[in-house]
Design a binder for this molecule. Structure first.
Ligand SMILES: [Zn+2]
Length: 354
């Protein structure tokens, strides 16, 4: 009860702070105008200007002190509003409702049930931005292939970025929880679509019809999954299994072109088999991640023991990042192979110097 009272006090402070922050903008304009006037009219400072200045300084001081003091504390699951009660097996360490974006962003550096979820995908997102810039600037592949590769990088970066935003801003309000939840699901569809497009491009490098058919298929299915995930009901807790299943089915639709490719590929070719191994490893990681996410293991087995670390959602996040890196490795191997042994002659520049 003490915590609840403290958080209520904190919430009212945050609301006031947000209001003041808004007022500050107009005061900045006033200050600029007053400075301009002083420049043109000389140094005519009236007592009311001085009072105004004094008021502003005291307000700035209050803001500075306020910023240094973390006012909210973590709460029990039962104290969360309905729209934040997602996983009842995580008992403590939840952030309360924080109706200020600044407070939500500051919470990235505090310890609570979402800290692990935020950092796993924030680090992954930054890593993929770095890998994309490095790969696109260093690789000698032609523009068309860079464009195809970029669909994968953009899918991975948007997926990890939207997820980071959801876990950071989800406690701001019910509407932002819903909005960023939808973007999070769209991000997963973008990652799957972005991973499949370059994969189909390289495995059916010389088979133009198959390449177009499979790329179109995955883009249409990806768009449908994104539209489906925009429905409000899709984001609710009751639809958790349905959500996991829809993404697994969407991801597994890539099995059709995979079986097609395995029936025609040269199994003695080391690069082909390495690329196929990475696809199997990727499928295994995603299915495992979706299974853990839907079953909420290990917190279901140890309620209240995984509130901070090793909760199913964090494991799912790590598996998504691992899967994305496996995809990158497999695609790079395929690109090297296609560029070294070009049968249908689009380009013929080896990716590696050796
Ligand atoms: Zn997540």
């Amino acid at each position: 009860m003490e915590k609840e009272a403290k958080n209520m006090e904190c919430l009212s402070k945050i609301s006031k702070s947000t209001g003041l922050a808004f007022k500050d903008e107009s005061k900045d304009n006033l200050r600029q105008r007053s400075t301009k006037q002083n420049e043109t009219n000389g140094d005519d400072i009236t007592p009311s200007d001085m009072m105004h200045e004094l008021y502003e300084r005291s307000e700035e001081f209050v803001h500075k002190v306020w910023d240094k003091v973390p006012c909210w504390s973590v709460v029990h699951h039962s104290m969360l509003p309905q729209w934040l009660q997602d996983n009842e097996y995580l008992h403590n360490w939840h952030r309360p409702h924080l109706p200020s974006f600044a407070e939500c962003f500051k919470s990235v550096f505090k310890l609570h049930s979402e800290t692990g979820n935020i950092w796993t995908h924030l680090v992954g997102c930054i890593a993929f931005i770095y890998v994309m810039i490095y790969f696109l600037s260093v690789s000698p592949i032609v523009f068309e292939e860079k464009f195809i590769f970029s669909t994968f990088f953009l899918g991975a970066i948007l997926c990890l970025g939207f997820s980071t935003l959801l876990h950071t801003l989800g406690c701001h309000s019910e509407s932002s929880c819903k909005l960023f939840g939808k973007l999070d699901y769209c991000g997963i569809s973008l990652l799957i679509t972005g991973s499949c497009v370059p994969w189909f491009y390289y495995v059916f490098y010389c088979d133009y019809i198959s390449k177009i058919v499979y790329i179109s298929m995955i883009v249409i299915l990806g768009t449908l999954t994104m539209v489906f995930s925009l429905y409000d009901k899709f984001g609710t807790s009751e639809y958790r299994t349905m959500r996991a299943l829809s993404f697994v089915i969407f991801g597994m639709s890539a099995a059709i072109p995979a079986v097609h490719y395995m029936s025609i590929m040269d199994w003695n070719d080391q690069v082909n088999t390495t690329a196929m191994q990475s696809v199997f490893l990727l499928a295994f990681l995603y299915v495992l991640g979706a299974g853990i996410y839907a079953a909420r293991i290990p917190e279901r087995l140890f309620p209240g023991k995984c509130d901070l670390w090793f909760q199913s959602h964090q494991i799912f996040h790590v598996l998504v990042v691992a899967g994305a890196f496996v995809t990158y490795y497999g695609l790079k191997e395929l690109a090297v192979h296609r560029n070294e042994y070009t049968e249908c002659g689009v380009v013929n520049i080896p990716l590696t110097s050796g």
